[in-house]
Design a protein around this ligand. Structure first.
Ligand code: F6R
Length: 242
């Protein structure tokens, strides 16, 4: 299902409806998959509003982050565990211990990746996985060339992704070179994938992901494999769809 909504609040509301329904359907317990970056922010803002104003409770929700930079110390403002706490989970009634992410400060990152994959298998399945897409088509930090069945692992960021993310750091040099990311196969185990994208810079990646060949050269094309995907775009991000 593809929704094209130019108003960021409407995009946030459409995604919040999906998350709220999953929480309702989950009865006792719902597992959410969270992305960082700018794309999901309208959804997070709306979910925080519903929590505050409408009493939507996250008390029985657990959450798993998609990815984490390697080497950013605890409390670093751009560490994804910190970003998600600041922008989303810290403003909800979710148990902080129920918010999980790859351990970006583990002395053996490859082991931290395997541990996280195991934690996801035990704690999952993820009911709703929120996703953004990179301008090069990456999902999570699965850069072009990633195996479509990959699991959680250490990945080197491409220069393009480091440049795209440099806006969050003091300089390009400060952007970490390596991350731990859920694999494309890991992401695909979630029951419902919800991709948000806005702006002309995403148009080519969105078109390649939704309408191009299923190929590791566009990791986002794995969405075509999945039985339940909702894509929420603005007009600019949808501009190259046929
Ligand atoms: C973030 C992530 C990335 C971003 C993507 C888009 O956890 O996994 O795939 O979703 O880089 O970033 P934004 O939304 O900032 O354009």
């Amino acid at each position: 299902r593809v929704l094209i909504l130019d108003d960021a609040r409407e995009r946030g509301s459409a995604v919040a409806d999906i998350v709220a329904k999953a929480i309702g359907d989950g009865g006792g317990r719902t597992v959410l998959g969270l992305a960082t970056g700018s794309s999901p922010l309208p959804a997070y803002r709306e979910l925080i509003r519903r929590h505050r104003v409408e009493g939507l409770s996250f008390a029985r929700v657990s959450a798993y982050l998609l990815d984490e930079y390697i080497g950013l110390p605890d409390g670093h403002p751009q560490a994804y565990r910190e970003v998600i706490r600041r922008e989303f989970t810290g403003q909800l009634d979710i148990d902080p211990a129920a918010v999980h992410g790859p351990d970006g400060v583990h002395p053996e990152p490859a082991k931290a990746a395997v541990d996280y994959e195991r934690a996801l298998r035990t704690g999952g399945p993820v009911a709703v996985q929120l996703l953004g897409i990179g301008s090069n088509g990456h999902l999570g930090f699965n850069e072009p060339g990633s195996s479509l069945r990959s699991t959680t692992r250490v990945v080197a960021l491409t220069e393009r992704t480091r440049q795209d993310n440099a806006r969050f750091f003091r300089s390009l040099a400060a952007v970490p070179r390596r991350v731990i990311t859920q694999g494309l196969g890991t992401i695909g185990r979630a029951e419902h994938l919800v991709l948000m994208a806005a702006g002309a810079g995403k148009a080519a990646a969105v078109a390649a992901a939704l309408e191009g060949p299923l190929s590791a050269s566009c990791p986002g094309s794995v969405l075509q494999w999945h039985p339940r995907v909702t894509v929420v775009l603005d007009e600019a991000a949808a501009a190259e769809l046929r």
